[in-house]
Every structure is written in C-alpha cells, then in structure tokens.
Design a protein around this ligand. Structure first.
Ligand code: DUC
Ligand code: ZN
Ligand code: ZN
Ligand code: ZN
Length: 486
C-alpha cells in the first residue's frame, strides 16, 4: 500500500519546494512531481513538514509527592493532534536507584499506550558505582542522553562532584549530558525566606527562582562540561543570564545547546501576579515565566542560532493536584503542559509575526533536535529513506485554544483563549494517518515504537580548544560507521 501526499509545498530546515511525497512501508520512498499512490492525501494550499519532535516531556512521572496526570496514551494522542510525532520522555530512577529498572519501568508503562514514537533521556539523581556501570547498559539500550537536576534540593538534585563524575562517564560512553540549570541551594534558601515573610502564594514561586539562580547554574554546568570534555544540552532556558552563558560558550567553540520552551516564549511573569490562586498555580513551573525582556531574548536566540530547539517540558498536573500547595507555594507540583499546542502557538507567534521563517520553524521544532539527539535523518527529515513522520500543515486553519476541546486529559490549558493559525490537516506517524482534522481518527494505543538513539558516532571532543590539542582521541568508534537504516 502506497500513500501519496499531493499538491503541497515541502518545507525542510533548508528550503521549500513544490512536490508530492510518496510513502510505503513506514518510509518516504519518493519525492517529486506528479506522483501517484493507492491512497491520496490532499496537501493543496498546505505545507508538508517533518513531524514535530518534542524532546522534553514528563508523562506519568512521579514528582513532588504525586504523579504527572498526563498519561502516555493521552499525551501521545494530544501530540499527534498537534502535529508532533515523537516525544523524548524523562526516565526517572525509582527508590532502588537503578537505571536499568527505571528504563524497564518506563517500557512497561508506555508500551501499550503510545500512539506515536518515543525515546528516553535517563535522569542521574545520585552517584555510585552501580550507576557508573549501568550507564553503559543504558547507552547500549539506545539512550544516549543523561539528565542532571541542579535544583530540587533533597530530592532529585545532584552535587557538583556527582555531576562531574557523570559528565566524564558520558564522555567515555559517547553520550551527552543534559542539565536543569537552577542553583538548588539558593532556591531552597529563598523559598524559606519568602515563606517566613508570609508569602505563601504562587507568586512566591517566581520570587524564589530569579534569573540569577538559572544563570549561575548554566555557567557552572558549562564549565563542568568543559572540564569533563563533553558537549552539553541545557533544557528549558528561560532567561538572558542562561542564554548569555550559552552564547558565550558557543562563541568559544564549545558544543553547548539551549532549549527554550514555547511557554517561556509566549507567557510572562504577569501570569503569577494579581491572579486567582488556581490560575496562577496552574502556571507554576520551573523555571518560572519571566519578563518580556527575557522573552525577547529567547526569540532573538532562535533567530541567531544561539538557541536551537523549542520544547514544552510537558509535565501536567490537574487543578486538584496543584491545590496540594494551597498554603505553601513550595508544595505546588511544578509543571505545565504544551505538547498539543507547541506547533500552532509557535507558528502563530513566530512565523505569522515574521520572527521565524517556515524553514526556521521546521529546524527548531524537529530537524535540529533530531540531529542533536542522533536520530537524524530517520526522524526530523523529509527525505527518501526517512521515517514517514509527516505533517500536512494548514497555515490557514485556525482555532481558539480551549481545554474543553483538547485531547490532553488535563482540566485546563495555559494557552486558554489563544487564537492560533496553523494546524495539522493530517499527521502521519511512520506512514499511518494518526490525526486528520475534521474526522475522528484515533490511532491505536501501542502502535508507537521506542526509537533507540545510538551513542554519538563522532568522538566526543573536549570543549575547550586547549584541551582538544592534548586530550586522547577516542579510537574505538569509526566515525564513518553510520547506523544502518537511512
Ligand atoms: N520543571 C517543571 O516545571 N516540571 C518538571 C520538572 C521541571 O524541571
Ligand atoms: Zn564497576
Ligand atoms: Zn527541569
Ligand atoms: Zn522537565
């Protein structure tokens, strides 16, 4: 069975051109003019883009005494409805601390529920020899990224020595560390200060996590990565202090990546002040929303290339769960959603406003992260041989975002009331239509696959030029040994 996507404009990270796209056996088999297939999908007046990749989600993750309410089933269906065909979810070790058990637990939870493809990042929340050993098992299992929380003191936070040890291990294994950059010690002290002053509401969350704590941690992580000789990916960059650290590091030849969230690009700190409690608490996430000045900086970073990826950190809690923190903002489960709306909000606020070109939109929502995470061009590409994860993107379709009509099972939406233009007409996951506007396609839970991402084929290079001259080169990996498939 072949499917042809007909009459559209293909948009890649490089260029746009009129072409039909032919799909068979989950892959793109031809791109050209006047193609025919057994089944035809109409792409006239629309763009054909690679399916969105959201590299930052927390589905059903146990966190802050509860569990994120978005399930693998609802989260992946919401993703498909919004044009996202792959998620990278954070796998968190349980009480036994085992990375292997954590991956197996995530497999068990996700396997029968996912309707688009997923991959994992593994969280490192402590340090010992078992973790050192298990990291190799994790990489061999197809997870080449390890996340480190520099905040959440007393829970997930790692110390600098632990982070340095883990970063060095990443370098050995051809893996890449990720960091949540906030100085957890300073945050913990500021939280106590505001509580002692009687600030108990959601605004205390924003006060206790100022941009300085993020900038300090970003700088520290960059320097530790440099010392360990490993690239670094900084998640949810929300402020100029962190952005500036990334910009400077990149300018010095360090391989450092920055990921702003669509929430930070479009919502600001006024969401926390003079609002009713539920409204503000639903928007409590870390880092908090910032001022317009920081927001402009993030947009500029996407344009300049100092920030490469737009994600969501989808970690969604119900209003009832948010109320655990009714008398104490430090107990409000941290997290917001965005999975379903990332593409349409970014298109409306980014492309329609003239800030981003359609090609840049494709780069920051799909292609760049596929390259950074080593799954390109299987994912993130409209190219012969790539997985047929494709979206027929209708730039004229519009809607008002409403929790009442979303696929996400959360009882609110932080973008409620946003008027957006640009919606998927069809979403295809490995050639299968998993979303079709106006008709009720519901993809089969469990049809999604786990996508292994092998260790980085090129040697991990020391970040600073000085060390690159003297550091031993990895010789156990052939840089031309490209993984099979595409
Ligand atoms: N920030 C959040 O808001 N939620 C999940 C984890 C995180 O770092
Ligand atoms: Zn050992
Ligand atoms: Zn985080
Ligand atoms: Zn996160």
């Amino acid at each position: 069975m072949t499917t042809v996507i007909k009459g559209g404009t293909v948009v890649t990270a490089d260029r746009s051109y009129k072409a039909d796209v032919l799909v068979e056996n989950e892959k793109i088999i031809e791109i050209g003019e006047n193609l025919t297939g057994d089944e035809t999908l109409d792409a006239s007046d629309a763009y054909v883009i690679p399916g969105g990749i959201d590299p930052h989600t927390h589905l059903e993750m146990p966190f802050m005494g509860t569990t994120a309410a978005e399930t693998f089933a609802s989260g992946t269906y919401a993703a498909a409805a919004g044009g996202t065909t792959m998620l990278v979810d954070f796998c968190l070790p349980g009480e036994d601390g085992s990375l292997k058990n954590a991956i197996e637990a995530w497999d068990r939870k996700s396997k029968d529920q996912i309707c688009v493809d997923i991959s994992y990042h593994m969280a490192i929340t402590g340090w010992n020899e078992t973790i050192f050993d298990e990291m190799k098992w994790v990489v061999d299992r197809g997870v080449n990224t390890f996340k480190h929380f520099m905040a959440y003191k007393g829970a997930l936070m790692v110390q600098d020595d632990e982070m340095f040890a883990s970063f060095k291990r990443c370098a050995e294994l051809g893996a890449m560390p990720l960091v949540h950059a906030e100085n957890g010690d300073v945050v913990a002290e500021l939280q106590q200060k505001y509580l002692a002053e009687g600030v108990t509401g959601p605004e205390g969350h924003a006060y206790s996590r100022p941009p300085e704590v993020e900038g300090e941690a970003a700088n520290r992580a960059i320097m530790i990565a440099d010392a360990a000789g490993v690239p670094l990916y900084i998640v949810h960059v929300s402020c100029e202090q962190a952005h500036e650290a990334i910009r400077r590091a990149r300018q010095k030849g360090m391989r450092v990546y920055g990921e702003p969230l669509v929430q930070h690009l479009t919502l600001d700190e006024s969401e926390y002040f003079d609002k009713d409690w539920d409204y503000a608490a639903r928007r409590v996430m870390s880092p908090p929303f910032r001022s317009k000045l920081h927001q402009d900086g993030l947009w500029n970073g996407l344009i300049a290339g100092s920030l490469q990826v737009v994600a969501t950190d989808h970690c969604a809690f119900s209003t009832e769960q948010k109320r655990f923190g009714l008398n104490d903002f430090t107990q409000i489960p941290n997290g917001t959603g965005g999975l379903e709306d990332r593409l349409s909000v970014l298109w409306s606020r980014g492309v329609e406003t003239g800030r981003l070109t359609p090609e840049e939109f494709v780069a920051v929502t799909s292609t760049n992260i596929a390259k950074i995470l080593n799954c390109y061009p299987r994912k993130g590409a409209v190219a012969v041989g790539a997985d047929a994860d494709l979206v027929v993107w209708d730039p004229k379709a519009s809607k008002t975002i409403q929790a009442a009509t979303q696929k996400s099972i959360i009882d609110y939406n932080v973008f409620e009331g946003f008027e957006v233009n640009g919606l998927p007409r069809y979403t295809l996951s490995r050639g299968e239509v998993v979303w079709s506007a106006g008709s009720n396609v519901s993809p089969k839970p469990g049809r999604g696959k786990f996508i292994p991402r092998p260790a980085f084929p090129a040697p991990n290079q020391a970040l600073s030029k000085w060390k690159a001259l003297t550091a031993p080169r990895r010789i156990d990996r052939d840089p031309l040994n490209i993984p099979s498939g595409v």
